[in-house]
Design a protein around this ligand. Structure first.
Ligand code: AMP
Ligand code: MG
Length: 505
C-alpha cells in the first residue's frame, strides 16, 4: 500500500534557549545529513506541553560522556521534549520504505522520530541521537507522529535490558512524558523517547532507493554504511555483495541471541530491520514466559507470520528483500546476491549452537550439546515450562542447589530427571569444559516480562514513575539476584497470560 505524502504542520517557534548536551570538547557531526536532501526532510520537533522526567539511563549517559547531573537541568528536559533546540542538533526525518507482513508497503519513513545528529563518545565511538514521538513528519502517513507513554516505557526498559543481556540493540537515553492526549484504542498520553544507536539505518532505507529507481542514492547509502560500519567490505572484490554477506552474518547472530533469550519482535517488517543487526523499534515485543515456539506476541499478527519459532526464517526472508534491493549495485546478478545470503543457513544454527551451549554451561559448543538442548526445549514445549525460569533454575542447580529447584518446574518429573541425568553424563565426560558460573552469567534472573512492563506502565499512568526506575535498575544487572526483587525473578502471575499487545504504540 502506497500512501501519499502528507505535508508536515508548520514548525512552532522554540520556547526556550538551546541546551548544550555535549561535554566540553565534544562536537556534533551530521554525516547522515551530508548524504543530501534525497534522504530526509529537515524539520524541528513539535513541542510537548509541560514535559516531566520519567527516567534516564545513567549508563548510556556515561557512555556518551554526559555530565553526571545533565538530566537535572530544566533545559535538558525541554530540549528532549522537543520544546527547545539542542545546541548543534539538526533535526531531520529520514525516508525509507519496506515490506510489512510480507507485502510491499511503499514509502514509510521516520513518521514520528527525528535524528538530531551524531556525537562522539569519550571512547571515540560515534552515536546517533534520535527523538521518538516528536510529532508529524512528511512520512507520518495517517499517524499523529506521537508515541504513547505505555509503548515508550516498554521501549525504554526493553532496549536497556537487552543491552544489559549483551544482545545487540538500539539504546535509550531518556524518557519524558506529558499529559498531551493521544488517541489509540483508548485515549492515552504522549511521551518522547531519546534513542541512541551507531545508526538507525534499516533494510527499508535501501529498499526505498532501489524500488524508487534511484541507483545513485542507493550506491551513496551503501558506500556510507560500508565506510562507517563495514570498512572491510571496501577492499572486497565485490564490496556490495560483501556488505550483504556482512549484514547476513550480523542478522544471523541477532536471531540466535533472540531465540536463546526467548525474545521475540512482534513486527519483523523490513523497515524494522537494522542494517547493523541491532534490535530496533520495540513495539509488541515479548520475552517468552511459558515456552511455546508457536507463540505469537503481536495480537495484530493474526497469521502468525512473526511467531517465535518463525523469526529466524523471517529474518532470512528480510535479507532476501535487502538482497533484491542491492541488485542494482551487483550488476543485477541474483547469483551473486544469493551467494552472499547462502551462509545464513550455516551461520544461524552455528550461532544458536554457541548460545545454547553457553546456556548449558559450555564455552565451546560441541556436537552433543545441541541434541541435549533440543531435548530440554522439547520437554519445555510439551509443558509450556517457564523459559527464563527453567534456565535460571538449571543454573542454580549446577551452582550447588538441589536438583529439585529445577525439576519442580516440570509436571513430568521422570522426564525432567531423565534429562538431568543425560546432562550430568555429558558434563562428566569433560567436567573442565563445564562452568556453572558461565550459566549464571548467561541465564538471567531478570528479563522484562510483559507483566512487569504492565505494572510499571500502570504506575506511570497514575503519575508514579518509581516502578519504571526500579525496573530499569534491576534489569541493568539481569544476572545478579537483587534483594527485595525476588518476585520479578519468579514466574509471571496468572493474569500475565491475558495481556494482549498490538501494533498500536
Ligand atoms: P512500526 O512498525 O511501528 O515501526 O512503524 C511503521 C511505520 O509507521 C513507520 O514509518 C513509522 O514511522 C510509522 N508510524 C508508526 N506509528 C506512527 C505514528 N503514531 N505517527 C506517525 N507515524 C507512525
Ligand atoms: Mg518501525
Amino acid at each position: 500500500m502506497h500512501r501519499p505524502h502528507t505535508p508536515a504542520p508548520p514548525a512552532p517557534a522554540p520556547s526556550s534557549a538551546a541546551f548544550d548536551l555535549l561535554p566540553p570538547g565534544a562536537h556534533w557531526r551530521h554525516r547522515f545529513a551530508a548524504l543530501g536532501p534525497a534522504f530526509y526532510t529537515p524539520m524541528p520537533p513539535a513541542p510537548l506541553p509541560a514535559p516531566r522526567r520519567v527516567a534516564q539511563s545513567a549508563g548510556m549517559a556515561r557512555e556518551l560522556g554526559l555530565a553526571p547531573d545533565w538530566w537535572d537541568a530544566d533545559a535538558a528536559l525541554q530540549a528532549l521534549a522537543g520544546n527547545a533546540p539542542l545546541a548543534g542538533g539538526q533535526p531531520l526525518a529520514s525516508v525509507y520504505s519496506g515490506h510489512q507482513f510480507g507485502v510491499w508497503a511503499g514509502q514509510l519513513g521516520d513518521g514520528r522520530a527525528l535524528l538530531l545528529g551524531e556525537l562522539d563518545a569519550p571512547d571515540g565511538r560515534p552515536w546517533e541521537i534520535q527523538l521518538k514521538g516528536t510529532g508529524r513528519t512528511p512520512y507520518s502517513r495517517m499517524g499523529d507522529g506521537r508515541a504513547v507513554l505505555r509503548s515508550s516505557i516498554r521501549e525504554f526498559l526493553a532496549s536497556e535490558a537487552m543491552h544489559a543481556l549483551g544482545i545487540p540493540t538500539t539504546r535509550a537515553l531518556a524518557l519524558v512524558a506529558s499529559d498531551l492526549p493521544v488517541q489509540r484504542e483508548t485515549v492515552e498520553t504522549a511521551a518522547v523517547l531519546t534513542r541512541v544507536a551507531p545508526s538507525f539505518i534499516r533494510f527499508g532505507h535501501f529498499e526505498h532507493f532501489s524500488h524508487h529507481g534511484q541507483p545513485a542514492e542507493l550506491r551513496a547509502l551503501a558506500d556510507f554504511v560500508i565506510d562507517r560500519f563495514y570498512p572491510a567490505c571496501r577492499d572486497a572484490p565485490q564490496p556490495y555483495a560483501a556488505l550483504l554477506a556482512a549484514v547476513t552474518e550480523r542478522t544471523a547472530t541477532l536471531m540466535a541471541h533472540w531465540q536463546a533469550a526467548g525474545f521475540m519482535h512482534g513486527v519483523m517488517n523490513t523497515d524494522n530491520m537494522s542494517i547493523l543487526g541491532l534490535t530496533i523499534d520495540y513495539g509488541p515485543f515479548q520475552f517468552m514466559d511459558g515456552y511455546d515456539p508457536a507463540h505469537i506476541c503481536n495480537h495484530s499478527d493474526s497469521g502468525g507470520r512473526y511467531a517465535f519459532g518463525r523469526q529466524p526464517a523471517v529474518a532470512q526472508w528480510n535479507l532476501l528483500a535487502l538482497a533484491q534491493a542491492l541488485l542494482p549495485l551487483m550488476d543485477e546478478s541474483t547469483d551473486r546476491a544469493l551467494a552472499a545470503l547462502e551462509p545464513y543457513k550455516q551461520l544461524f544454527p552455528a550461532a544458536l549452537d554457541t548460545r545454547l551451549a553457553a546456556k548449558l554451561g559450555f564455552a565451546q559448543a560441541q556436537p552433543a550439546h545441541r541434541p541435549l538442548a533440543n531435548a530440554l526445549l522439547a520437554l519445555m514445549a510439551r509443558e509450556r515450562t517457564d523459559y527464563p525460569l527453567a534456565w535460571r533454575q538449571l543454573s542454580r542447580h549446577q551452582a550447588g542447589e538441589p536438583a529439585s529447584v529445577f525439576t519442580r518446574l516440570f509436571a513430568d518429573q521422570a522426564a525432567a530427571q531423565a534429562w538431568l541425568l543425560q546432562y550430568q553424563e555429558l558434563i562428566g565426560q569433560d567436567p573442565s569444559a563445564h562452568s556453572p558460573d558461565l550459566m549464571l552469567k548467561t541465564n538471567p534472573a531478570y528479563v522484562l516480562r510483559n507483566y512487569m512492563a504492565e505494572e510499571a506502565i500502570a504506575a506511570a499512568q497514575a503519575g508514579d514513575f518509581g516502578p519504571v526506575n526500579t525496573l530499569h535498575a534491576v534489569l541493568a544487572q539481569p544476572f545478579t539476584p537483587q534483594p527485595g526483587h525476588e518476585r520479578w525473578a519468579g514466574p509471571p502471575p496468572d493474569w500475565a497470560a491475558s495481556i494482549t499487545l498490538s501494533c498500536s504504540s
